[in-house]
Design a protein around this ligand. Structure first.
Ligand code: NAD
Length: 332
């Protein structure tokens, strides 16, 4: 029977992995520890390994894995920047990722946040917490169907956001280096970001982070937005100059924002910091801003997405073990 050893395994993943293994007649062994020189021996005798590596991976481990008869690493995430892909390949290790998992989850969360911004959810909640049940313009909402929405990056997630929003009847502008002709009935693609932000009431970022897109939404572009714009970033923190966004929320034109990612989130996300000071004034400013809805990179986090991550990573591991190939290989 094939045996796959899983590192960094959480309890919720373990339940899903066990169900997968039973169905495939594969034996799984686990640890919640990361793969290091000290924990390498746990994979002794296994045919393959599955990781959720967060920190940079020790490159000396590639050769040692190969010597143990292990020829792959199945990473349980889309990002693989923690690995030296060339060094892995040179040592006979194929690395696989999970390129996409439940884009619907992120798209649904985006629609939720758009509606919460439009209906001033922060203000309603604060009033109710104070037992202030009055109505006034501070909690008077707006109708989504009357708004023009700009979807910046109309890929797996952005296209679903556009499709979901079309049910509300709002015009949708799109910006993408590769416009999809099949979305032409849904998305009015525009060539210029400056023109798009000047027309949109709501701007939602769904781009990958690349050299071209890093800090794409800078002070200059934000200043060209329409007064009262609602701004959402569910993609990557560094697509946006966070300081410039805060200034533009305080001085306009941006009225409110929903951020699921933050450029300094690396050391913060997934940590329980209750009762502790956070030594990042920019992050503190986001957390305390009355017109920002912040969430700690949870847009994807649904039962479906976690199951897809675990199952696709294990499928890729098994495929490499059995055939030497996987469509999710990132260094073949
Ligand atoms: P995707 O590759 O399917 O879509 C990205 C789109 O952006 C593509 O259509 C591409 O053509 C376009 N694009 C790329 N570079 C561009 C450029 N310079 N200018 C204009 N368009 C450009 O990606 P996806 O799966 O839809 O993911 C989108 C974003 O969401 C990524 O940043 C990803 O990391 C992020 N994400 C966030 C979460 C979360 O929980 N918040 C979860 C998964 C993914």
């Amino acid at each position: 029977m094939v045996r796959i050893h899983c590192y960094n395994m959480s309890q919720e993943e373990l339940v899903l992995a066990e169900a997968w293994a039973q169905h495939r007649h594969v034996q799984l062994t686990y640890t919640d520890q990361p793969l290091t020189v000290e924990t390498l021996a746990l994979a002794e005798g296994a045919d393959g390994i599955c990781l959720a590596q967060m920190e940079p991976f020790d490159t000396s481990l590639y050769a040692r894995l190969f010597q143990m008869g292990i020829k792959q690493i199945a990473q349980r995430s889309a990002g693989v920047d923690m690995y030296d892909l060339l060094a892995a390949k040179e040592n006979g290790i194929t690395i696989t990722n999970v390129p996409s998992y439940s884009p619907e989850s992120i798209a649904e969360f985006t629609v939720l946040r758009i509606l919460q911004l439009l209906r001033l959810e922060n203000g309603i909640r604060q009033n109710v917490e104070k037992r202030d049940f009055t109505w006034d313009v501070a909690i008077r909402g707006q109708v989504l169907g009357e708004k023009t929405v700009a979807v910046i990056g109309v890929g797996r997630i952005g296209s679903r956001v556009a499709r979901f929003l079309s049910a509300f009847g709002c015009p949708i502008l799109g910006y993408d280096i590769c416009p999809d002709p099949e979305l032409a009935d849904l998305v009015d693609y525009q060539d210029s970001l400056e023109e798009i932000v000047a027309q949109a009431d709501i701007i939602s970022l769904h781009l990958p982070l690349t050299q071209e897109t890093e800090y794409l939404f800078d002070r200059g572009l934000l200043s060209r937005c329409k007064p009262g714009t609602l701004f959402l970033n569910m993609a990557r923190g560094r697509l946006l100059d966070t300081r410039a966004l805060l200034d533009s929320l305080n001085e306009r034109p941006i009225a409110a924002a929903a951020l699921d990612t933050f450029e300094g989130e690396g050391e913060l996300v997934r940590q329980d910091l209750q009762g502790q000071d956070i030594a990042d004034p920019l992050f503190e400013a986001i957390l305390h801003h009355p017109h920002i809805l912040y969430s700690p990179h949870v847009a994807y986090y649904t039962e479906t997405a976690v199951r897809e991550i675990v199952e696709q990573a294990l499928d890729a591991a098994l495929s490499i073990i059995e055939t030497g190939q996987s469509e999710n290989s990132v260094n073949a």
